[in-house]
Design a protein around this ligand. Sequence first.
Ligand code: TMP
Length: 227
Amino acid sequence: MIRFISFEGGDGSGKTTQLKLLESYLVSKGMACCCTREPGGTTLGRMLRKVLLEVDQKEISSPAELFLYLADRAQHVQEVVSPALERGTMVLCDRFSDSTLAYQGFGRGIELDLLRRLNRLASCGLIPDLTFLLDCPVDVGLWRIRKQVTAGLRSGASAKAERPLGQDRFEQEEIEFHERVRRGFLDLARAEPDRFCVVDALGSIEQVHKEIKRIVDERLAAQHNAK
Ligand code: TMP
Protein backbone atom coordinates (compact mmCIF):
# COMPACT_ATOMS: atom_id res chain seq x y z
CA MET A 1 0.00 0.00 0.00
CA ILE A 2 1.59 3.32 -0.92
CA ARG A 3 0.35 6.11 1.31
CA PHE A 4 3.50 7.83 2.44
CA ILE A 5 6.04 8.96 -0.20
CA SER A 6 9.24 10.80 0.66
CA PHE A 7 11.57 12.71 -1.64
CA GLU A 8 15.25 12.70 -0.78
CA GLY A 9 18.41 13.94 -2.41
CA GLY A 10 21.22 16.40 -2.16
CA ASP A 11 20.75 20.16 -2.21
CA GLY A 12 19.63 21.32 -5.66
CA SER A 13 18.50 17.86 -6.77
CA GLY A 14 15.04 19.17 -7.68
CA LYS A 15 12.98 17.21 -5.15
CA THR A 16 10.68 20.10 -4.22
CA THR A 17 9.75 20.71 -7.87
CA GLN A 18 9.14 17.01 -8.42
CA LEU A 19 7.04 16.68 -5.29
CA LYS A 20 4.75 19.48 -6.48
CA LEU A 21 4.45 17.94 -9.95
CA LEU A 22 3.56 14.58 -8.45
CA GLU A 23 0.98 16.25 -6.22
CA SER A 24 -0.71 17.85 -9.27
CA TYR A 25 -0.68 14.51 -11.04
CA LEU A 26 -2.22 12.61 -8.12
CA VAL A 27 -4.84 15.32 -7.53
CA SER A 28 -5.74 15.13 -11.25
CA LYS A 29 -6.39 11.43 -10.65
CA GLY A 30 -8.78 12.33 -7.82
CA MET A 31 -6.46 11.48 -4.94
CA ALA A 32 -6.23 13.63 -1.82
CA CYS A 33 -2.64 14.63 -1.03
CA CYS A 34 -0.95 16.28 1.90
CA CYS A 35 2.32 17.93 0.83
CA THR A 36 4.70 18.70 3.60
CA ARG A 37 8.39 19.03 4.37
CA GLU A 38 11.17 18.65 6.90
CA PRO A 39 12.36 20.75 8.45
CA GLY A 40 9.42 23.17 8.58
CA GLY A 41 6.14 21.27 8.27
CA THR A 42 4.64 22.76 11.46
CA THR A 43 4.69 26.11 13.26
CA LEU A 44 7.41 24.86 15.58
CA GLY A 45 9.20 23.34 12.59
CA ARG A 46 9.23 26.65 10.71
CA MET A 47 10.97 28.25 13.68
CA LEU A 48 13.45 25.39 13.83
CA ARG A 49 14.05 25.59 10.08
CA LYS A 50 14.97 29.23 10.37
CA VAL A 51 17.47 28.47 13.12
CA LEU A 52 18.89 25.44 11.32
CA LEU A 53 19.41 27.02 7.93
CA GLU A 54 20.38 30.53 8.94
CA VAL A 55 23.79 31.27 7.40
CA ASP A 56 25.07 33.04 10.50
CA GLN A 57 24.37 30.09 12.85
CA LYS A 58 27.82 28.59 12.28
CA GLU A 59 28.26 27.73 15.95
CA ILE A 60 25.54 25.04 16.12
CA SER A 61 27.26 21.83 17.23
CA SER A 62 26.54 18.55 15.42
CA PRO A 63 24.57 17.04 18.34
CA ALA A 64 22.55 20.26 18.75
CA GLU A 65 21.81 20.26 15.02
CA LEU A 66 20.72 16.61 15.23
CA PHE A 67 18.33 17.25 18.12
CA LEU A 68 16.76 20.19 16.30
CA TYR A 69 16.03 18.02 13.25
CA LEU A 70 14.63 15.31 15.52
CA ALA A 71 12.45 17.83 17.36
CA ASP A 72 11.13 19.05 14.02
CA ARG A 73 10.35 15.44 12.99
CA ALA A 74 8.68 14.48 16.26
CA GLN A 75 6.32 17.45 16.05
CA HIS A 76 5.75 16.98 12.33
CA VAL A 77 4.81 13.30 12.62
CA GLN A 78 2.46 13.91 15.49
CA GLU A 79 0.83 17.06 14.12
CA VAL A 80 0.80 16.50 10.34
CA VAL A 81 1.94 13.15 8.96
CA SER A 82 0.16 10.65 11.22
CA PRO A 83 -3.20 12.51 11.24
CA ALA A 84 -3.12 12.78 7.41
CA LEU A 85 -2.38 9.06 7.04
CA GLU A 86 -5.14 8.24 9.51
CA ARG A 87 -7.58 10.29 7.38
CA GLY A 88 -6.57 8.17 4.40
CA THR A 89 -4.74 11.03 2.68
CA MET A 90 -1.61 10.37 0.68
CA VAL A 91 1.39 12.13 2.24
CA LEU A 92 4.17 13.53 0.04
CA CYS A 93 7.08 14.61 2.19
CA ASP A 94 10.07 16.70 1.13
CA ARG A 95 12.79 14.92 3.18
CA PHE A 96 12.27 12.58 6.14
CA SER A 97 14.39 10.29 8.34
CA ASP A 98 16.79 9.30 5.55
CA SER A 99 18.05 12.89 5.42
CA THR A 100 19.18 12.57 9.04
CA LEU A 101 21.12 9.40 8.18
CA ALA A 102 22.67 11.01 5.10
CA TYR A 103 23.50 14.48 6.52
CA GLN A 104 24.09 13.90 10.24
CA GLY A 105 25.35 10.32 9.75
CA PHE A 106 27.37 10.17 6.54
CA GLY A 107 27.93 13.93 6.41
CA ARG A 108 28.72 14.81 10.05
CA GLY A 109 29.95 11.38 11.13
CA ILE A 110 27.40 10.55 13.87
CA GLU A 111 26.99 6.80 14.35
CA LEU A 112 24.25 5.40 12.09
CA ASP A 113 22.81 2.90 14.58
CA LEU A 114 22.34 5.64 17.13
CA LEU A 115 20.64 7.81 14.48
CA ARG A 116 18.34 4.95 13.53
CA ARG A 117 17.22 4.56 17.15
CA LEU A 118 16.65 8.30 17.52
CA ASN A 119 14.82 8.45 14.19
CA ARG A 120 12.52 5.67 15.39
CA LEU A 121 11.68 7.68 18.48
CA ALA A 122 11.11 10.93 16.57
CA SER A 123 9.05 9.34 13.80
CA CYS A 124 7.05 6.98 16.05
CA GLY A 125 8.46 4.19 13.89
CA LEU A 126 6.90 5.60 10.72
CA ILE A 127 8.77 4.67 7.53
CA PRO A 128 7.83 5.93 4.04
CA ASP A 129 6.27 3.29 1.77
CA LEU A 130 8.20 4.68 -1.17
CA THR A 131 11.23 6.97 -1.27
CA PHE A 132 12.43 8.75 -4.39
CA LEU A 133 16.11 9.51 -4.25
CA LEU A 134 16.87 12.23 -6.77
CA ASP A 135 20.51 11.74 -7.51
CA CYS A 136 22.79 14.14 -9.33
CA PRO A 137 26.47 15.15 -9.12
CA VAL A 138 27.15 17.56 -6.26
CA ASP A 139 28.48 20.35 -8.49
CA VAL A 140 25.33 20.23 -10.64
CA GLY A 141 23.08 20.56 -7.56
CA LEU A 142 25.03 23.48 -6.15
CA TRP A 143 25.16 25.16 -9.56
CA ARG A 144 21.35 24.86 -9.83
CA ILE A 145 20.94 26.51 -6.44
CA ARG A 146 23.15 29.40 -7.45
CA LYS A 147 21.17 29.80 -10.66
CA GLN A 148 17.85 29.83 -8.75
CA VAL A 149 19.16 32.45 -6.34
CA THR A 150 20.37 34.64 -9.20
CA ALA A 151 16.97 34.31 -10.88
CA GLY A 152 15.26 35.26 -7.60
CA LEU A 153 13.56 31.83 -7.35
CA ARG A 154 15.27 30.90 -4.09
CA SER A 155 15.75 33.10 -1.06
CA GLY A 156 19.05 34.95 -1.00
CA ALA A 157 21.94 34.50 1.36
CA SER A 158 23.09 36.74 4.08
CA ALA A 159 25.17 39.49 2.53
CA LYS A 160 27.78 38.57 5.13
CA ALA A 161 28.36 35.10 3.68
CA GLU A 162 32.09 34.73 3.16
CA ARG A 163 31.88 31.69 0.92
CA PRO A 164 28.71 32.03 -1.13
CA LEU A 165 28.84 28.53 -2.63
CA GLY A 166 25.16 28.03 -1.91
CA GLN A 167 22.67 30.00 0.06
CA ASP A 168 22.07 28.38 3.44
CA ARG A 169 24.20 26.88 6.19
CA PHE A 170 24.27 23.48 4.46
CA GLU A 171 24.72 24.76 0.96
CA GLN A 172 27.86 26.50 2.22
CA GLU A 173 29.47 23.26 3.39
CA GLU A 174 32.57 22.01 1.61
CA ILE A 175 32.06 19.94 -1.55
CA GLU A 176 33.46 16.88 0.29
CA PHE A 177 30.59 17.10 2.82
CA HIS A 178 28.05 17.00 -0.02
CA GLU A 179 29.92 14.12 -1.66
CA ARG A 180 29.65 12.10 1.58
CA VAL A 181 25.94 12.91 1.77
CA ARG A 182 25.45 11.78 -1.83
CA ARG A 183 27.33 8.52 -1.28
CA GLY A 184 25.36 8.03 1.94
CA PHE A 185 22.01 8.35 0.19
CA LEU A 186 23.13 5.88 -2.48
CA ASP A 187 24.24 3.40 0.22
CA LEU A 188 20.86 3.72 1.94
CA ALA A 189 19.09 3.12 -1.37
CA ARG A 190 21.19 0.02 -2.09
CA ALA A 191 20.34 -1.38 1.35
CA GLU A 192 16.57 -1.00 0.81
CA PRO A 193 15.88 -1.53 -2.89
CA ASP A 194 12.16 -2.21 -2.36
CA ARG A 195 11.52 1.14 -0.73
CA PHE A 196 13.98 3.36 -2.59
CA CYS A 197 13.76 4.33 -6.25
CA VAL A 198 16.86 6.13 -7.42
CA VAL A 199 16.00 8.61 -10.15
CA ASP A 200 18.63 10.27 -12.29
CA ALA A 201 18.05 13.95 -11.52
CA LEU A 202 20.26 15.11 -14.39
CA GLY A 203 17.33 14.78 -16.77
CA SER A 204 14.97 17.65 -17.58
CA ILE A 205 12.14 18.43 -15.14
CA GLU A 206 9.72 16.72 -17.56
CA GLN A 207 11.88 13.59 -17.96
CA VAL A 208 12.28 13.18 -14.19
CA HIS A 209 8.54 13.76 -13.63
CA LYS A 210 7.69 11.15 -16.29
CA GLU A 211 9.90 8.58 -14.57
CA ILE A 212 8.37 9.33 -11.16
CA LYS A 213 4.84 9.08 -12.58
CA ARG A 214 5.71 5.76 -14.21
CA ILE A 215 6.94 4.32 -10.92
CA VAL A 216 3.96 5.61 -8.92
CA ASP A 217 1.48 4.32 -11.51
CA GLU A 218 3.19 0.94 -11.44
CA ARG A 219 2.98 0.76 -7.63
CA LEU A 220 -0.65 1.92 -7.58
CA ALA A 221 -1.60 -0.66 -10.22
CA ALA A 222 0.15 -3.42 -8.27
CA GLN A 223 -1.73 -2.31 -5.17
CA HIS A 224 -5.04 -2.32 -7.05
CA ASN A 225 -4.44 -5.78 -8.51
CA ALA A 226 -3.52 -7.18 -5.11
CA LYS A 227 -6.96 -6.21 -3.70
P1 TMP B 1 15.80 21.79 1.95
O1 TMP B 1 14.50 21.43 2.61
O2 TMP B 1 15.76 23.06 1.26
O3 TMP B 1 16.36 20.67 1.17
O4 TMP B 1 16.84 22.11 3.14
C1 TMP B 1 16.92 21.36 4.26
C2 TMP B 1 18.37 21.20 4.66
O5 TMP B 1 18.40 20.50 5.90
C3 TMP B 1 19.17 20.37 3.67
O6 TMP B 1 20.45 20.93 3.48
C4 TMP B 1 19.31 19.04 4.34
C5 TMP B 1 19.23 19.36 5.81
N1 TMP B 1 18.67 18.28 6.64
C6 TMP B 1 19.49 17.60 7.52
O7 TMP B 1 20.67 17.88 7.61
N2 TMP B 1 18.94 16.62 8.30
C7 TMP B 1 17.62 16.28 8.28
O8 TMP B 1 17.17 15.39 9.02
C8 TMP B 1 16.77 17.01 7.36
C9 TMP B 1 15.31 16.68 7.30
C10 TMP B 1 17.33 17.99 6.57
